[in-house]
Design a protein around this ligand. Structure first.
Ligand code: ADP
Ligand code: MG
Length: 542
């Protein structure tokens, strides 16, 4: 009797995939994602044009940006997008590398999984990742925080694959100066607080018009032409309240029976605004940065007092200004006092392109710098911003950790050799997994070669030969097509970027590998992965 009636445990419509099929589906999906970004790796990688459902266009070479823009369905594919995001948050660079490496680890698993249990593979991968971290530490060179030349090389390397490449030395200089301006020692360690940077994009001009500003830029103009354009020794009031007379929220009628009442009514409005401006003037402020609106009449009064004022300043800008100038954010205008004011050496309106912007420089408190980014079109400025962000982050990592590696696949070749040796010393079934891990590292030099139109197999063989001879810093010179010393070519990267990429790739691969059951309440096109090679993102973006 029993066993004949079906029992429903899962909700109707739930899809389930188990065992090998689940593993396969996940691996295929992850590979498809990795293949989607492959062609962008390295100086000779290509860009992608992404068009979203609203028709907005993004042109980029940045791994994490590409993956954030494309809408990924498959749960395992989403995990790869997470790898890119983690990499971006931790180091700001190396996102493509991290994703390609994860995909390659899983590609290696595909072959092994027939023979070795996933938990054994996972164990081998963990051992390999630990060993790799040690090898990387050994390979790294020290860099001093005041070694500007090396820091500039690091910034330029991070930007070489981007559209801004031709101007990378100029932007590298800005990135290094920016980091130098805000780095500080906290408990004996150098720290570069990201909150102290601000990037302001302004379309127009050329990339070479980009500049570093010692202070904060607010993309607003003064509200009244009668106000001064430059205020030296600025005493700044930050106000989170409107310099306006409150309008009632519901319709109300006021019956006025004689003209004097009307006069009195208008007079009262004027009085209120007058009191606001009076309070600000009495505090000693000569600059007013207001988060809300400023009434026309109040603008006029402020101009008469010679106070520089801007309105509708973004909350985030107000907060930065508060930190940098030491001003307290005031919500009740009439209660403002001299203690609430912040200080800056100069507040000035400058014309950038067609627009006026407010520059607050020489701030008294925190170190704060802004980078004004220029570029011919909106898409260019956006890519300049992403590139500058990568550059700032690599310089920050290098300054904070004081360790750098050579790029161009040189460390990956070295890791590959070291891990093969290590594998034979471990032995057992894990040996195969560690060997696979070692082979997976080849994906970086191989892809760099492929994207440069070189023969990947010859390049890998040459690279391996060089490393066997002890040339630890030899990598793929994508311009000459030869194997060359990356130190001589100034291709240097922070240790953190590669270390993080190995760590997050291992975590993601192990996690995906250990899944043998997918239960999905929502349709995710199970099995899609199997055809992903032809149908998946690869054909669309690869
Ligand atoms: P990611 O998103 O991983 O940072 P990139 O497109 O920025 O991807 O490419 C980074 C890779 O390009 C790194 O492996 C780096 O070492 C390599 N690379 C950068 N400059 C050169 C160069 N001049 N020659 C060879 N490889 C380079
Ligand atoms: Mg990069």
């Amino acid at each position: 009797m029993m066993g004949t009636t079906p029992i429903f445990v899962l909700k109707e419509g739930t899809r389930r995939e188990k065992g090998r099929s689940a593993q396969n589906s996940n691996i295929q999906a992850a590979k498809a994602i990795a293949d989607a970004v492959r062609s962008t790796l390295g100086p000779r990688g290509m860009d992608k044009m992404l068009v979203d459902s609203m028709g907005d266009v993004v042109i980029t070479n940045d791994g994490v940006t590409i993956l954030k823009e494309i809408e990924v369905e498959h749960p395992a594919a989403k995990m790869l997008v997470e790898v890119a995001k983690t990499q971006d948050e931790e180091c700001g660079d190396g996102t493509t590398t991290a994703v390609i490496f994860t995909g390659e680890l899983l590609r290696r698993c595909e072959e092994m999984i027939e023979a070795i249990h996933p938990t054994v593979i996972a164990q081998g991968f963990r051992l390999a990742a630990e060993k790799a971290a040690g090898v990387l530490d050994g390979l790294a060179d020290s860099v001093k925080p005041d070694d500007l030349a090396t820091l500039r090389k690091i910034a330029a390397t991070a930007m070489i694959s981007k559209a801004v490449s031709a101007n990378r030395d100029y932007l590298a200089g800005i990135a290094v100066d920016a980091v130098q301006a805000v780095m500080e020692e906290v408990d004996g360690k150098l720290v570069v607080d990201e909150d102290n940077f601000q990037m302001v994009k302004k379309q127009g001009g050329s990339i070479l018009d980009s500049q570093l500003v010692d202070g904060i830029i607010v993309d607003k103009e003064k509200v009244h032409p009668g106000m001064p354009s430059r205020v030296k020794a600025a005493k700044i009031a930050l106000v989170d309240a409107a310099l306006e007379v409150k309008k009632t929220e519901f319709d109300a009628k006021i019956q006025i029976s004689d003209p004097e009442q009307l006069q009195a009514f208008l007079q009262e409005e004027e009085n209120i605004l007058g009191r606001y401006v009076e309070a600000i003037k009495n505090s000693g402020a000569n600059v007013l940065l207001c988060q809300k609106g400023i009434d026309d009449l109040a603008q006029h009064f402020l101009a008469k007092e010679g106070i520089y004022a801007i309105r509708r300043v973004k909350k985030s800008d107000i907060e930065k200004l508060s930190k940098a100038t030491g001003a307290r954010i005031v919500t009740k205008i009439e209660g403002i006092s001299k203690d609430d004011l912040g200080k800056a050496a100069l507040v000035e309106e400058r014309k950038i392109g067609d627009d006026e912007m407010t520059f607050v420089t020489g701030c008294e408190r925190a170190k704060a710098v802004s980078i004004l980014l220029r570029g011919g079109t909106e898409h260019v400025v956006d890519e300049v911003e992403r590139s500058a962000d990568d550059a700032l982050n690599v310089v920050r990592s290098a300054v904070e950790d004081g360790k750098v590696l050579t790029g161009g696949g040189s460390v990956h070749a070295e890791l590959s050799l070291a891990l093969r040796d290590y594998a034979s010393s471990v032995g057992g079934r894990e040996q195969m997994a560690i060997d696979a891990f070692a082979t997976a590292f080849d994906v970086v030099p191989r892809t760099l070669a492929e994207n440069a139109g070189l023969d990947p197999i010859d390049t890998l063989l040459d690279l391996r030969t060089a490393h066997k001879k002890g040339k630890k810093h030899h990598g793929v010179d994508v311009y000459s097509g030869k194997i060359a010393d990356m130190r001589k070519l100034d291709v240097v990267e922070p240790l953190r970027v590669t270390k993080q990429a190995v760590a997050s790739a291992t975590d993601a691969a192990v996690m995906i590998l250990r899944i043998d059951d997918i239960i999905a309440g929502k349709e995710f096109k199970a099995g899609e992965g199997a055809e992903a090679g032809e149908e998946g993102p690869e054909s669309e973006f690869g």
